[in-house]
Design a protein around this ligand. Structure first.
Ligand code: KG4
Ligand code: ZN
Length: 347
């Protein structure tokens, strides 16, 4: 069964054609990173305009790469939340129109559900399992009892892991998104030189990364500030030797990774399952992937990590989630499906 996936929840315009929830025929992603990087984060109004411009081209490329025509598609899966409302509306409106014009079943997908299924494109995954989603907007531990049957074990109480990466990167004078840059810098740094706190929140599966970000800010306090975009710029960074920036990046990253690994393995143990599935942009991180592999081996559990281009936002993961939902009989109306900015998992 060929499903067209559409994803526009944040700053990636994406369309993909996936067969039977497993075989990726195309997975096209147009990134808006260049557009937003100078603002230090995603500007919602610019994001929705950029989606409008990119979506016809991305859709066409997804058909062409998959060597299919719209008439070969058998169902359409689209992210309808959570995310930026203007961005979501672009994908949802396109999916509704295609569903109506070609008389195809439409399946509305929760963005987190997409991340849960991304690893199943390069691993054999079947429930029950525990899923850790660590992205720019979410850090959640989810118990997946069966397809579509989710129990939220814990989530961030403040900043998501990716958000903390992006904010710390900003403090270090790095561009948005900071995650990949900190990842790279940390590889040259000493993770033991600066010890940042590990916010474990004992007795809960929730996360909290804003204190860790503040710890980095306190570490930098008192250092000389420099304008980084010209003398009149309000964007500042700190005067730091490159080696120290690398050590801060490595120390901060070690704290994030330790917390994510420890809490995820605890959840696997408590839910009495043998599989942990990762998803979300932060799980593209080199050190995180290595640490999860090592600790999962020690704990004798299977860890399924999406390949880096599937960890970040894409539409193939939405098509896979759509496939499992379709098989369960889920259908959305091409007339009434609407974007929901704060959509909860399981609703
Ligand atoms: O899943 P995603 O593409 O979009 C959301 O749903 O938010 O995740 C984007 C987040 C950003 O915060 C970005 O800095 C982070 O993932 N990220 C990384 C890496 N690549 C992307 N964080 C750490 N290491 C990376 N290699
Ligand atoms: Zn995402």
């Amino acid at each position: 069964m060929l499903i067209l996936g559409i994803e526009t929840s944040c700053d990636e315009t994406a369309a993909a054609v996936v067969e039977d929830g497993k075989i990726t025929h195309s997975n096209v992603v147009a990134s808006q990173l260049k557009l937003h990087s100078k603002f230090g984060g995603v500007v919602p109004e610019l994001a929705s305009r950029a989606h409008l411009q990119a979506i016809p081209l991305v859709l066409e490329e997804a058909y062409q790469e998959a060597k299919v025509s719209p008439r070969d598609i058998e169902a359409i899966a689209v992210t309808y939340g959570p995310g930026l409302i203007g961005s979501l509306l672009v994908g949802v409106s396109l999916a509704k129109s295609l569903s109506y014009v070609y008389d195809l079943p439409l399946i509305g997908i929760n963005h987190l559900e997409g991340h849960i299924y991304s690893a199943s494109l390069n691993h054999s995954v079947s429930p029950p399992f525990v899923s850790l989603i660590a992205s720019g907007g979410h850090t959640s531990l989810i118990f997946v009892r069966g397809n579509g049957d989710y129990r939220l074990l814990g989530a961030t109480r403040d900043d998501a892991a990716g958000e903390a990466y992006d904010k710390v990167a900003k403090l270090l004078g790095l561009e948005y998104p900071g995650g990949p840059l900190i990842d790279k810098l940390a590889q040259q740094g000493d993770k033991n030189r600066i010890k940042f706190p590990r916010p474990y929140l004992p007795g809960s599966f929730d996360f909290s990364f804003s204190g860790l970000k503040t710890a980095v800010l306190y570490y930098l306090r008192g250092r000389k500030k420099l304008p980084i975009a010209g003398p009149k710029s309000r964007v500042t960074s700190y005067e730091l030797p490159v080696t120290e920036i690398a050590d801060i990046a490595a120390g901060f990253q070690a704290a994030v990774v330790d917390v994510l690994v420890k809490k995820s393995l605890k959840a696997v143990k408590e839910m009495e399952v043998k599989t942990l599935v990762l998803g979300g942009g932060v799980t593209a991180n080199h050190s995180l992937r290595e640490s999860f592999r090592e600790k999962a081996k020690e704990a004798k559990i299977k860890v399924c990590i999406p390949s880096p281009h599937l960890a970040t936002d894409n539409a193939a993961m939405v098509a896979v989630a759509g496939y499992h939902r379709f098989r369960q009989g889920r259908r959305s109306s091409p007339l009434t499906l609407n974007a929901v900015a704060n959509l909860k998992l399981g609703s």
